[in-house]
Design a protein around this ligand. Structure first.
Ligand code: PDD
Length: 296
């Protein structure tokens, strides 16, 4: 049974219980981060904590834990479970308080961390690529619930995910209310056209992905020109290459969008070079064996 970190204790999953009056449950009033551990070592936890700080500030919430304490709690969770290749999901809710939206009576945030093995078919997905579907539902406008906040209210993404599953696609892609590309339900989106790497600018309304920054860093290393810009729908279908990025997927090629073939119908050469560079960065930073860069 999975072992879970709950408010300072590691407990078995069936003992990891939170009050039904917790505002995370009642209102989605909380934030989260998903980190990746490779061979049990966390990748760039500090980068995740910077984003967590931004999310917390945006929802007017303070926590009593330092970055170092959060890192140690995640490491403890990883050590308490058998999987070394895992995602680490840290959730902080505003805790229990008087029922109603006013959070003033909430004195103790709830902290939950669990780890799960990464899906073992990733190498196959990287080789074959996946399909996406453009969702009818639009990404929240930044002046409503800003998608830059990694918050526990994920319904906007869940609705798009349900739509994409109905059409048989692996991932759903959001457009914003202005009609330009925003992001995937749990990923950022990149395309390559005529050798230029393009991704929606942050002000298109999206999460500032840790992997998004890593891919931009890899592109700089490889001297691939990068443009963070507005992307129209037609550009997706006309892309030479299209891919998704996230902590758990790294770089995942998209071979069809709304059932239309993208590029040659297989993950493209520049996407693959970027992925290899990303893996080398991870391998060097975490001092992993060199065989790590070969994707197996
Ligand atoms: N999802 N956009 C959204 C809406 C996301 O939920 C995620 C991450 C990303 C990619 O961000 P990063 O590269 O930092 O993982 C973009 C995580 C994996 C999750 O929901 O668990």
């Amino acid at each position: 049974m999975n072992r879970i970190y709950l408010n300072k204790k590691i407990v078995p999953e069936n003992k990891a219980l939170v009050s039904v009056l917790d505002r995370g449950f009642l209102y989605g009033d909380g934030v989260y981060e998903t980190l990746r551990a490779y061979k049990g070592k966390l990748f760039r936890p500090e980068r995740h904590w910077q984003r967590l700080d931004h999310s917390l500030k945006s929802i007017y919430m303070q926590i009593p834990w330092s970055h170092a304490e959060l890192t140690r709690a995640c490491e403890k969770t990883v050590r308490a479970n058998p999987h070394q290749e895992c995602l680490v999901r840290l959730t902080i809710s505003r805790g229990v308080g008087k029922v109603g939206y006013d959070p003033a009576s909430c004195k103790k945030p709830t902290l939950v961390i669990f780890s799960l093995p990464v899906r073992n078919d990733m190498p196959e997905l990287w080789r074959k690529g996946v399909s996406v579907a453009v969702a009818k539902v639009r990404r929240n406008h930044p002046l409503t619930l800003n998608p830059a906040i990694k918050c526990s209210n994920c319904l906007n993404g869940i609705l798009a995910k349900i739509e994409s599953l109905k059409s048989g696609a692996f991932e759903g892609i959001f457009f914003n209310l202005d009609g330009s590309l925003a992001e995937g339900t749990i990923s950022n989106v990149f395309l390559i056209k005529n050798g230029v790497l393009k991704t929606p600018a942050l002000d298109c309304g999206l999460l500032d992905g840790v992997t998004r920054s890593l891919v931009i860093e890899a592109a700089h290393n490889l001297k691939v020109p990068v443009r963070q810009t507005k992307i129209r729908g037609s550009e997706i279908y006309a892309a030479d290459e299209l891919f998704l990025t996230s902590t758990t997927m790294e770089i995942l090629g998209v071979v069809a969008a709304d059932k239309k073939k993208i590029g040659g119908g297989t993950p493209g050469p520049i996407s693959q070079k970027l992925h290899a560079e990303v893996r080398q960065i991870i391998q060097r930073e975490l001092k992993l064996p060199e065989s790590f860069s070969t994707f197996s």
